[in-house]
Design a protein around this ligand. Structure first.
Ligand code: ZN
Length: 320
């Protein structure tokens, strides 16, 4: 073991759960498929929690060395590669959808996406223990360290001139951030105009709305009392008004509670995010709806699991 101190603080880590925490849902005919769809990725609230923590830790810190592992990650050399970060000072950390953008002095930027299993780890000093799957290491002038760990290597890291961000293909594909400013119901209805996909699929479509994933789409639709299978283009204005009200309500509360904990996800203090106890439907198949007591149902939509209440979100729901 190399000598050194223990890490003082660990940045919240996104994670995925490989196996369901509960036995397969009764309405899933293929248990193997169910297992593969129980993949939890960080969404807007988890990435925003991470952004706030990283910005408070890294602002005004100067990078003295930056290097990557030899394993293939989606690291582009455009803008000079990670080595181009040496000598740069971090000015702020921004978020677009689920992307993090480290803004550096002299007009450079480091673009990061956590993919399925990426996590940023922050240490006040060089960590004593070795960690596997660390694909990027940033050393700061004051001895602090920032590592990017990603076992599955679907994460992305790219160094760009700041002026290139506007042209970056990944960012250009992103739709509207749902909180900046909050989406109006008319805007949602316009986004859904003519969309034949389900309302759940539309909320997950990062090209339309950036940052909502499987957990919060299920929660938003339950609170808005909308059947997730409904065709997006067929929702009525009053239904979009309900969705428009619940998107910021759910996401803001989740950010306030530092996200939902799944598998390894932890808050900056190393504790679980607090939104899990607020979940009304996600990962609660077979459990009673917190509103009406009906058993929560789990279905597959586009290879992803959807959780909903057949009563509150059914045709007989008070809103319908
Ligand atoms: Zn219900």
């Amino acid at each position: 073991m190399p000598r050194g101190r223990r890490p003082l603080q660990r940045v919240p880590a996104p994670a995925r759960s490989v196996t369901p925490r509960k036995p397969g849902p009764p309405d899933c005919a293929n248990p193997r498929l169910c297992r593969t769809v129980t993949v939890t990725m960080p969404e807007l609230p988890e990435v925003e929690t991470l952004r706030r923590m990283l910005e408070s830790q890294l602002r005004s810190r100067t990078i003295v060395a930056a290097r990557r592992s030899r394993s293939r990650l989606h690291v582009s050399s455009r803008g000079g590669g990670l080595g181009a970060l040496a000598g740069r000072r971090i000015e702020r950390v921004e978020r677009r959808g689920k992307y993090l953008i480290f803004r550096l002095d002299e007009g450079r930027a480091l673009l990061s996406h956590l993919g399925m299993s990426g996590r940023w780890l922050f240490f006040e000093r060089e960590p004593a223990r070795r960690l596997p799957h660390v694909h990027a290491r940033l050393d700061f002038a004051d001895g602090a360290r920032l590592w990017f760990q990603d076992p599955r290597r679907f994460g992305q890291l790219r160094v760009l001139p700041g002026t290139a961000l506007a042209r970056d293909a990944s960012l250009a594909r992103l739709g509207r951030d749902p909180l900046d400013p909050p989406l109006a119901s008319a805007e949602l209805a316009a986004l859904a105009h003519g969309v034949r996909a389900s309302v759940k699929a539309m909320l997950l479509d990062q090209r339309r709305i950036a940052g909502i994933g499987n957990i919060y789409a299920s929660e938003i639709l339950h609170r808005a009392r909308i059947d997730p299978r409904r065709r997006a283009g067929a929702l009525k204005p009053a239904e979009w008004a309900a969705v428009a009200a619940e998107i910021p309500a759910v996401l803001t509360e989740a950010i306030d509670r530092m996200g939902t904990t799944f598998s390894m996800y932890r808050t900056p203090a190393g504790e679980p995010g607090g939104y899990g106890e607020r979940l009304r439907v996600y990962d609660r198949a077979g459990e009673p709806c917190r509103v009406c007591g009906t058993a929560i149902r789990r279905i597959l939509q586009g290879q992803r699991s959807t959780f909903y209440c057949p009563y509150c979100q059914g045709r007989r729901s008070p809103r319908a």
